[in-house]
Design a protein around this ligand. Structure first.
Ligand code: PBG
Length: 350
């Protein structure tokens, strides 16, 4: 048998009048808009730009330190000097904002998260260094106690219970040291009730009326946070789980009630988290309230895409852009993503 058997290959007729053409409604061939690159670009409904990106960064003690995070290949914990450099690079590429998360020295973690309210803690030092190195980039600081507690919870424990109101008092103190260090956006990720209103009031009373609040309004109790907990070192110490404060993955209407309350309490921006498994929530929140709404493509999502791409199982470059575009399609005004720098670099290169 030979590969060349033209005489036996039936010729394929060109598209034109015939049986199929008769079935095409109103002559409307959808493929007409997809024939060429210029046509596809012209009719594209959604686009991702560098303005949509927020880059989360992990901060660690020391100078000149760059520690790989095993479950997040390509992501590192950086000492304050390197975080400032990274933020400056992000700024030079046009990334609007970065988000800071600390790996607190285990010796500094305790039951009451005292390091969270230390105005010289890692996040505060990193904030000051970034303000100096890259004054034009927005700094989002995380408000929650889990990087600072010996038990790994976002709130304070009384026995086995995460106590709400005492935690909120602590979160207010944490907010105020971050604002004093120069944080532009306070992002409470703790899911305590009433914290947005309390934080707004405390910020205003202290004269920080310009500081924004990006509320983790709909944050689910998710398995996709695993690698993040490795990155901040809370995975091994976490006592129990976070289901008494983070949302049940079965719920949708509840997310709208959470978002409504956070807006009423003074949130400027909302966030839905995780991202890809919760695109329906993102869509409903963004459609219902019409306020700036963000998605967090969390550590587990990063790990899945990176892991598969590194093994050659998927085309990483395309999968990253496709995953980020999905958030835009679902109504996101922006995305927190560990891919932010890579994407910004690629977009700049064209
Ligand atoms: C905790 C916090 C978490 C993330 C951001 N803030 C994890 C958790 O709730 O345990 C997850 C981010 C990610 O997975 O990338 N305050």
């Amino acid at each position: 048998m030979t590969a060349h058997t033209p005489s036996h290959t039936p010729s394929i007729p060109a598209d034109g009048p015939g049986t199929v053409a008769g079935q095409i409604v109103g002559g409307r061939r959808m493929r007409r808009n997809r024939r060429t690159d210029w046509q596809r670009r012209l009719v594209r409904e959604t686009a991702l730009t560098v303005d949509d990106l927020i880059w989360p960064l992990f901060v660690v003690e020391g100078t000149g330190v760059r520690q790989p995070v095993a479950s997040m290949p390509g992501v590192h914990r950086l000492s304050v000097d390197y975080v400032a450099e990274a933020a400056a690079e992000a700024a030079s590429l046009g990334i609007p904002a970065i988000a800071l998360f600390p790996f607190t020295d285990p010796d500094l973690r305790d039951e009451t998260a005292s390091e969270a309210v230390n105005d010289g803690n890692l996040v505060c030092r990193a904030t000051r260094a970034i303000k100096h190195a890259a004054p034009g980039i927005g700094i989002i600081t995380d408000v929650a106690l889990d990087p600072y507690t010996s038990h790994g919870h976002d709130g304070l424990l009384a026995g086995d219970e995460i106590v709400n109101d005492a935690t909120v008092e602590r979160l207010i103190e944490q907010t105020l040291v971050q604002a004093a260090a120069g944080a532009d956006v306070i992002a409470p990720s703790d899911m305590m009730d009433g914290r947005i209103g309390a934080i707004r009031q405390a910020l205003d009373e202290a004269g920080y009326t310009h500081v924004q609040i990006m509320s983790y309004a709909a944050k689910y109790a998710s398995a996709f946070y695993g690698p993040f907990r490795d990155a901040i070192g809370s995975n091994k110490t976490l006592r129990g789980d976070k289901r008494t404060y983070q949302m049940d993955p079965g719920n949708t209407d509840e997310a709208l009630r959470e978002a409504e309350l956070d807006l009423a309490e003074g949130a400027d921006m909302l966030m839905v988290k995780p991202g890809m498994p919760y695109l329906d929530i993102l869509w409903r929140v963004s459609q219902t309230f019409g306020v700036p709404t963000f998605a967090y493509q969390v550590s587990g999502e990063y790990a899945m895409i990176r892991g598969a791409a590194d093994r050659g199982w998927i085309d990483g470059e395309r999968a990253i852009l496709e995953s980020l575009l999905a958030f835009k399609r679902a109504g996101a005004d922006g995305i927190l993503t560990y891919f932010a720098l890579d994407v910004a670099k690629r977009q700049k290169a064209g």
